[in-house]
Ligand binder design. Structure first.
Ligand code: C2E
Ligand code: CA
Ligand code: CA
Length: 681
């Protein structure tokens, strides 16, 4: 339980009201009890009384007695003796015994202070309610006048007394537990067994009274049935728990996770605390199973389960969903926190698992979905984490957070896709331009065109939400055509105004397959009468291997035309170096992820320096993207990075604003050379 959903007495809620009312009334009764007991001159049946009260406390303090009243499935075995005290000697000794026992036991178990205060008061009120039944039935036992004899007829009011005790106890616990939604799970879910066990314990109370009256020295013998009842309830509880566990790894299973998810959503209804679900799938597990056998496969799963548990926080719930699929329910944290857990899981798997001295490399794919952004119920959250997992596997990106764009089935995706088609039809997409400047003199060396979509009702939709969608649904060529033509149109306007600045357009990997892009660019350059060297295409490094040959052909043609190619997001894809030597490029853009780590120190600086040197080895300029601070810019300059782009330099701006920005920095007679300097084709 975290601070936020912890029981708070400062706010006025049903639970805090119940807490205050119970504590005030209960402790007042306890105070009266102390006075009554200490001022009663003659106590009848003193030996039997002391023995019974001792057994109440003893049962609470026995180390094996875990789990009190409202703990799941827990049965307060001492209640049998408390009730016997009540029946035989009336309310006050019962109250004192039960509150002392409860307080001692709670202190010993280091329960929270509000529980230590609440529990004795709650039992006291339950006893008082039961005593009312005795009064109404005309059996007001007291210290001075204990119950003389029990007859079968007395069973009527005794049962009434049990019910009163049980109901009041339940109502108070329910009231105070309402805060965290835990009541349903802790009491109601095993209501039947809870009720049966409690009444079984209560049913012993008349027997205790009889033994106390006839031969109180034999009272300890009655511990035997009480303890048997206790063990029976423990066994039932254990069996229940075992059913919720995976037999191989001992982790909670899918149904336990489902239950915990439902609970998390219920809590979310109370406290709006975000949480997330991480789905984990072992890569190539089938291969291990097929080549090394099931035994090795099983052992690997067990090892992995242990790793997983060690990698996450103790408050996270790790479950095995079946096969090689695992899940972690990450409570009380937002998307960032959940991603952090995913990163920890990846980090935990850098070393192979050693099985009988056989090192087995282990890699996982992770899908993440977060409440409330991605789903408002457990079923949908599971489904969406699954979609994210699928995307992660498909794109080899280790971890993916759910995004509507990659969810082929979601109605949101279909809605967004329809809206995007409409936007393309209506010509509703715009381009913003973000400056790139030289690190030497701060002069603009180019701008990057970034697509912007302001939807009339949905508002601003970031490219990261719809670019992947366009890629997957096959409308990317339309989008690229729009973007290229808007950019060329703008370049023509700038040229007419005397602003000569290279413009970079982002190109999706799928655009590089086939001739469409080459034709599009050739046609556009001619139509707008723009010099090819002014147009730059940013291609991402994440080109699938099987597309490399086709992409290469397109890029070569474009370069032959004089169009410059910039390798975007450098360092984030795989086999960067290999790509670099096989793809014709004119510029390397160092990814934001490396730039933002620069101030962290030597390691990050080393990586960026290596990339810059690498670019220079290939004789192409390097540009850093995502430069957010002067500090970062300074480091980049000292490392010999040629150009910089980022919020520190200039935000992406609408055309008019970009025009002003550029005009202010470009003197007409000093037009900068196009960057990059094209290599010989
Ligand atoms: P990208 O090519 O890496 O573009 C740079 C992204 O970083 C842009 O996000 C830009 O707004 C953002 N950015 C610029 N400076 C900073 C900075 O200092 N700090 C941070 N944190 N971010 C900065 P945007 O515009 O949301 O674009 C996201 C991605 O969408 C782009 O990443 C690009 O891959 C894609 N994209 C954008 N426009 C187009 C387009 O017209 N066509 C295609 N195919 N993809 C596009
Ligand atoms: Ca880019
Ligand atoms: Ca980039």
């Amino acid at each position: 339980m975290t601070r936020k959903n912890e029981f708070s007495l400062r706010r006025f809620t049903l639970s805090s009201a119940v807490w205050y009312a119970t504590v005030v009334a209960g402790w007042a009764l306890i105070a009266v009890g102390v006075i009554e007991v200490s001022t009663t001159p003659t106590v009848e049946l003193r030996g039997a009384l002391i023995m019974t009260a001792t057994l109440v406390i003893l049962l609470e303090l026995l180390p094996l007695m875990q789990g009190r009243g409202h703990d799941p499935g827990g049965v307060v075995t001492s209640t049998a003796f408390t009730c016997a005290l009540l029946i035989a000697w009336g309310i006050w000794p019962a109250i004192l015994a039960v509150s002392v026992a409860s307080a001692l036991s709670d202190l010993r178990m280091r329960k929270a202070w509000f529980k230590v205060f609440f529990n004795p008061a709650q039992y006291t009120l339950s006893v008082a309610a039961a005593y009312l039944v005795m009064l109404v039935a005309g059996h007001p036992s007291s210290l001075a006048h204990p119950l003389v004899a029990l007859t079968p007829k007395d069973l009527g009011w005794i049962v009434g007394l049990w019910i009163a005790y049980f109901v009041v106890n339940l109502v108070l616990v329910a009231g105070v537990l309402a805060w965290a939604g835990t009541f349903r799970s802790e009491v109601v879910t095993d209501f039947a067994s809870y009720t049966t066990m409690t009444f079984a314990v209560l049913a012993l109370s008349p027997l205790i009274v009889v033994v106390a009256r006839v031969q109180w020295q034999l009272l300890p013998l009655l511990l035997v049935p009480v303890l048997l009842l206790y063990y029976a309830s423990q066994l039932a509880l254990q069996r229940q728990q075992a059913e919720g566990r995976d037999t191989l790894t001992g982790l909670p299973n899918r149904s336990t996770l489902r239950f915990a998810l439902d609970e998390a959503y219920e809590r979310y209804g109370h406290d709006q605390q975000p949480f997330g679900l991480v789905l984990i799938d072992l890569d190539d597990f089938r291969q291990v199973n097929d080549t090394l056998g099931h035994q090795v496969g099983d052992a690997m799963l067990v090892h992995f389960a242990q790793r997983l548990q060690a990698a996450v926080r103790s408050t996270d719930l790790v479950a095995r969903l079946g096969g090689d699929e695992f899940a972690v329910l990450v409570l009380d944290t937002d998307e960032e926190g959940v991603c952090d857990i995913a990163a920890r899981i990846h980090a935990a798997n850098v070393h192979p698992i050693e099985l009988e001295a056989l090192p087995l490399e282990i890699a996982v794919s992770i899908g993440i979905a977060v409440c409330p952004q991605h789903a408002l119920d457990a079923t949908m959250l599971l489904q969406r984490a699954d979609v994210a997992l699928y995307t992660a596997k498909e794109t080899h990106t280790l971890s993916e957070v759910y995004s509507v764009a990659s969810d082929h089935n979601s109605t949101e995706r279909l809605g967004l896709l329809a809206a995007l088609r409409q936007a393309l039809d209506d010509d509703a997409l715009e381009l913003y331009y973000q400056p790139k400047v030289s690190t030497r003199d701060g002069k603009p060396v180019g701008v990057e065109a970034l697509v912007r979509w302001f939807h009339p009702t949905r508002g601003y939709i970031p490219p990261d939400d719809f670019i992947p969608l366009a890629e997957r649904s096959g409308i990317m060529p339309l989008l690229t055509a729009r973007v290229v033509s808007i950019a060329l149109d703008q370049m023509a306007r700038w040229r007419d105004e005397g602003i000569e600045i290279p413009v970079a357009v982002n190109i999706a990997p799928t655009d590089l397959i086939g001739d469409a892009l080459t034709y599009l660019v050739a046609q556009g350059l001619a139509e707008y009468n723009v010099a090819p060297g002014m147009l730059q295409l940013e291609i991402t490094e994440r080109i699938e291997t099987h597309q490399l040959v086709a992409a290469n052909t397109t890029l070569k043609r474009l370069r032959t035309m004089g169009v410059a190619i910039s390798l975007d997001d450098f360092g984030t894809g795989y086999s960067s170096l290999l790509r670099l030597s096989s793809l014709p490029v004119d510029e390397i853009k160092i990814d934001r992820a490396f730039v933002c780590r620069l101030p962290e120190g030597a390691r990050a600086v080393g990586i960026v320096r290596a990339v810059i040197d690498l670019a220079h080895t290939f004789d192409v300029p390097s540009i850093a993207e995502g430069v957010e601070t002067a500090d970062e810019l300074g480091i980049l300059r000292s490392l010999g990075c040629d150009a910089a782009q980022g919020w520190h330099v200039g935000m992406p701006m609408p055309a008019a604003e970009a025009t002003e920005w550029l005009r202010a920095r470009l003197t007409p007679d000093k037009i900068p050379p196009a960057l990059p300097v094209p290599l010989t084709a």
